[in-house]
Design a protein around this ligand. Sequence first.
Ligand code: FO1
Length: 320
Amino acid sequence: MRIVVLAGGIGGARFLRGLMSAAPDADITVIGNTGDDIHLFGLKVCPDLDTVMYTLGGGIHEEQGWGRPDETFTVKEELAAYGVGPEWFGLGDRDFATHIVRTQMIGAGYPLSAVTEALCARWQPGVRLLPMTDDRVETHVLIDDPDGEGRKAVHFQEYWVRLRASVPAHAVVPVGADQAKPAPGVLEAIADADVVLFPPSNPVVSVGTILAVPGVREAIADAGVPVVGLSPIVGDAPVRGMADKVLAAVGVESTAAAVAKHYGSGLLDGWLVDTVDAGTVGEVEAAGIRCRAIPLMMTDLKATVAMAAEALALAEEVRG
Ligand code: FO1
């Protein structure tokens, strides 16, 4: 079975771990969000690609969900001693090596997709990891300017990490997405897929950014295979992260049913909500999306495997 997964960072990576156990023989292609990418200290950092790669490759800081375990921060401290920041973004020494290799290869002319493949040769994540695009896309968030009357756009990482999404987001813009082309292999993987899954990743800044790359949404809608998603909202609050803040920016309520309808029946065939949201199943089905309520908390691998198995079962049910 060929499965395509549109993944953000932590939620996507943890779901993939469950999926790989639920379908050990499946051929899994992950299309990773690169809208969170940021250039720091002359280096290209790809948080979501790295989170998937490290998580599946056994190199993730498990509690934190991003970055490497047993980190030291000597380089960051030395940069700070020169007065060079930002101090709010935690890049460890081990992680730095990944960004140095990536930036060096990009400087030598390799596209991000080839660089990602090269990095994965070390980590062996057991899936094919593709960036959504080789082109530069950067998600920016429009906030009230704390120093003035108007508004200003900040990089997604500044909104997420420095500001902890503590101020209202008026708009979320994947800058460059409209001009971006899907990376090599992305459209082919979708066309060849037997099922497409949306993990419980952020529907706006993760899955939404991937869908904003021209051709991706259309390819999924036209693939003629079941498309099944898992709600990142449980009991009207994000399972983790601050998805509610960016959902508000696109005018979507922070409920499992509202997120399903945001994706829409033109894209989504099946939707899994948590048992606490069982009361919304009817509302989702009325919108033309088959819906089931199951436990959706990725508390451990067993629970995550069960979620992935339910997603695949719903896909089969949709296929009829
Ligand atoms: N998240 C944080 O909350 N604080 C950090 O300092 C931080 C650093 C960081 C470095 C490398 C990396 O790959 C991820 C990092 N993240 C950090 C996670 C990241 O900012 C976001 O959680 C994702 O971009 C959202 O998917």
